[in-house]
Each structure stands twice: as C-alpha cells, then as structure tokens.
Write a protein that binds this ligand. Structure first.
Ligand SMILES: [Zn+2]
Length: 503
C-alpha cells in the first residue's frame, strides 16, 4: 500500500497594524524588539506560545506536514513601516520561494492585513500578488492560504491573489491561535480541491472606530452570528470573514468589509455577503459607543454606590494596541491635579524608567512623566514619588489566549521598568509599549489593579478579557490622542466614497 506523499508547506509571517497618522516611522529596530525569526527559529520560538504561528505548527505536526520556514517579522502597532522592513522580508522570503517552489504543495502565511509601508498602502495585497506572479511564471498552481486579524483592511488584491483567507472571529482576539488552525485546515482542503475554490470580497463605505468593534456587542455580534449561521447552512462555504477593519490607515481599502471562500456558486456567495452587509447596516447606530469627558465620568463615579472594586477609566485615544505611544497623559494628568487618590496607571516612558533604574529602589525622585513621543498625547506630568520596584520588564502571559498572544506570543518584554508610588498613584513606567491585554503585565511588577480605585487602561476593546472581570465599573473617557474615536478629527485624504463613523 502506498502512503500519501508528505505535504511540504512554505511558511512565513508578516504582522503589523499600521497607524498612518503617527509621525514616527516603524523600522527594523521596532521589528527587532518583537523579534525577527529566520528559518528554524520560527519553529523553535513559537511552539507552545499561544500565537497563530503556534497554531499552524501544531496542525502541521499532527498532519505530518514538512515545513519550510522562511521568515517571520512582527512589530507592535505603530506608524508607517519603512520600505527597508518590507524589502528585508521579501528578500528572504522570495529567495526561499524561488528555491523551493517546484517541491512545495502550498504556502501558509501569518499576516495581520492592515500593514502599510512607505511605498505600498496595501502591503499584504502587494505580497500576495508577487507570490502568485512568481508561481504562475513557473507554471506552478498551488494554494496560498493566510490567517488574518479581524482588524485587517482587506483589498481586492488580497482576495484575488490568495486561495483562502481565514480571519479571527473574536475581539478581544482570544481565538487567534484557533483561527490559524482553521486556516491550516482550509489549506489542507485547498491542496485537495484547488480547482473549485473561489473567494469573494465586498468592500463597504464604512470606517468604524476600534471602540465599535467588540464582538460581544453589535454590530459585530449580530453580523458574526449571521455569518456562522450561513457557514453551518451551506457546506460549500469554507469560511466567511467579517472584517472590522482598522480606521487609522489613510488608504483606499480602509474600513469594514466582508469576504468569503466557497466551493459553490459565485452568485450565492455574493448574495451571502450582501445579506451580511444588511445585518451590519441594521445595527449601524451601535458602532458609536458612548464616551464621556473625564469630568462626566468622575461625577458619575462619585454619585454611584458601587460594590467593591476598581473603576476602569478606558483611554481609547491612546490605545496602545491601536498604535499610539502609550505615553498619553490625557487622563492621568487631570486626575493628579484634581487630587484623586489610589490611581493605577501604566505610562511608556523609557527616559523616566531609565532614571529610576539609575536612582535605585527606595529613592525619592522627581520626574516629568509621559507625553514625550509627540505633541498629540497631552503634556508631561510632574510627579514626585518613591521608587518601589525595578525590573527587566519580562513577564509571561497569565492567559495564553490573551489578545496579546495573537501579537507577541506568551513571553513579553517591556524593557527596563520602574514602579513609582506616591500618596495619589502607583505608576508602572515601561521602556517598550505593551498594550494592557493581560494582568501579568501588572502582577509581575507587584501591582494589583483590583486594589486600585481608578485604573487607567489605554485600550479600546482588547483589554476586556483581562480587566472587565476585576472591575466594578468601566467608563470610556474621551481624551486627546491619535486613536481618538472621533475619526472626523483626523486628516484623511484617501477615503474616497467612504463614510467615516462619528457620533
Ligand atoms: Zn486586531
């Protein structure tokens, strides 16, 4: 009896959510912070870390696939990526693709889907087009499958030049690893049934702020529910992807979109996408979550009789997971002036963290904290405090299904850190910005947010799995910052025909 031949898969990862309104570019140094993995390092550094790459590797192992690992590059959400980064990736990747293309059965990519570099507004579409071009030039027709983030700004090129894309279904992205496994299953199917698979894309005019894209709330909740119903009903469907999009990219493909992959009839598939858009439009009013001014939120907090537990002051305008610097003082500054007490905050401020590390634990120090990256995130705040704790900023995720695992795996590095404390606040100063998606970030530094009164959280939705369970209440506070939910305040130039959502 002949055993089926072992499948050979070319593997790569390119992951960045690009905020094009930030003035600072994202270069090789930022990608090196998260780690650039080449060849076998992709396997050894991802196995068991809860990331999408880990999901693919486990599926490949179970199915005895031979993997040709090429290159994996990722960086925290931030400004436009330099061409040097894209060229570094493609130089490695295409060298190996050219070498291996005659012997591989498929290509698997871990992508974000909202990456912009200096020369290309649609990095993923450009990459997929180039892969297909090179394969076709050699007469090779193999599937190219990608797992993508729910916040991807999907383009026609991404859909046309990939065989199947499979996106996360949850926000916070607790299912990123699982989605990668599902994408690998679609690769398996595609390798067997390549000829009859087609993808369809429905871009829309809607650009939605991240705060409106929680999958526990409408419109995403209802649209995803309907999509799952269609997937269950129609066995021809390989998947339907509901793409929230990423609003802070001034590119023509920005915004909410729908796509699907099917073995069945094209017209039927397109009909599904139209149906889903109708569901989205029925819930359009819900894409504007309520945000208060800080004064309104505090007035409400002071009036309410709450059970024990901290109140979260969510600061979406400095949403680290959305790309902003994480050094905004739009909430911390006024709270300190108002003489509020028992505040807990994290501010990314390498300069202050360094000064604390030089001064030593137990020293008293005077700092100007935060707002050093640009002029959009408040003013530096004067703070006199005692240095309570110093560390190298390394921690392991407490929840391996944390949104953070989708971006960085389970081992996280914040760079040299300091915890400073005074009669008003406990503040963690970091050297690398890390979004507040896992309580291990604070617990590892001896900070217990459940004991605070006012906890500032620089996020939109991705904090919810970690922070909502410890919170007595939660308020979205409108402050200054480039991840503002007020999209109308941003200087878009390329959103022709798009409708920017604003309350
Ligand atoms: Zn995302």
């Amino acid at each position: 009896m002949n055993l089926p031949a072992q499948k050979k898969i070319l593997l790569a990862g390119l992951f960045h959510e690009t905020h094009t309104f930030l003035s600072q570019k994202t270069g090789m140094d930022q990608f090196r912070e998260t780690g650039i993995n080449i060849g076998q390092d992709i396997i050894s550094r991802n196995q068991g870390n809860g990331s999408p790459m880990d999901g693919f590797l486990s599926y490949a192992e179970e199915n005895d696939w031979q993997i040709i690992p090429t290159i994996q590059m990722a960086a925290s959400p931030s400004g436009t990526v330099t061409d040097e980064v894209y060229n570094y990736f493609t130089n490695h990747f295409f060298k190996i693709l050219e070498r291996e293309c005659h012997s591989i059965d498929g290509v698997y990519l871990v992508l974000h889907g909202a990456m912009v570099c200096e020369s290309y507004d649609d990095v993923e579409g450009t990459l997929l087009r180039e892969i297909r071009k090179r394969l076709t030039a050699k007469g090779i027709d193999i599937p190219v499958v990608a797992v993508i983030d729910l916040h991807a700004n999907v383009s026609y090129d991404m859909v046309e030049f990939s065989t199947c894309m499979y996106s996360y279904r949850k926000n916070p992205h607790s299912d990123a690893r699982e989605a990668a496994v599902e994408a690998a299953k679609r690769l398996d199917v595609s390798m067997a049934q390549r000829v009859c698979i087609s993808q369809h894309h429905l871009p829309t005019q809607y650009v939605v702020p991240p705060t409106g894209l929680s999958t526990a709330a409408d419109p995403m909740k209802s649209v995803l529910k309907h999509a799952r119903m269609l997937e269950t009903k129609d066995p021809d469907l390989l998947c339907i992807n509901v793409m929230g999009g990423y609003a802070y990219a001034d590119i023509t493909d920005c915004g909410f979109s729908l796509n699907c992959c099917t073995r069945g009839d094209e017209a039927v598939a397109k009909g599904y996408l139209d149906e889903l858009l109708e569901v989205f439009e029925q819930h359009l009013a819900d894409v504007y979550p309520i945000e208060s001014s800080l004064d309104e939120a505090l007035e409400h907090i002071d009036r309410e009789k709450r059970p024990n537990g901290p109140v979260l002051l969510i600061e979406p305008a400095d949403n680290i997971g959305g790309g902003t610097p994480g050094d905004g003082t739009g909430i911390l500054g006024p709270l300190l002036i108002m003489r509020r007490k028992n505040i807990i905050a994290v501010i990314n401020d390498p300069e202050s963290a360094m000064r604390c590390n030089k001064a030593g634990v137990g020293s008293k120090i005077e700092l100007m904290v935060g707002a050093k990256t640009d002029l959009h995130h408040g003013q530096p705040v004067p703070i006199k405090a005692e240095i309570l704790h110093l560390s190298d900023g390394k921690f392991e995720l407490e929840n391996k299904q944390s949104h953070l695992a989708s971006m960085m795996g389970s081992h996280i590095e914040m760079g040299p850190c300091a915890v400073i404390v005074n009669e008003q606040a406990t503040i963690l100063l970091t050297s690398l910005k890390i979004p507040p998606m896992d309580l291990g970030q604070l617990h590892s530094q001896g900070i217990y947010p459940k004991n605070g009164d006012l906890v500032i959280v620089k996020a939109a939705v991705s904090h919810k799995d970690a922070y909502d369970p410890i919170a007595a209440a939660s308020y979205y506070v409108d402050s200054a910052g480039l991840c503002t939910s007020n999209l109308l305040s941003l200087p878009y130039k390329k959103l022709k025909g798009k409708q920017i959502s604003a309350r």
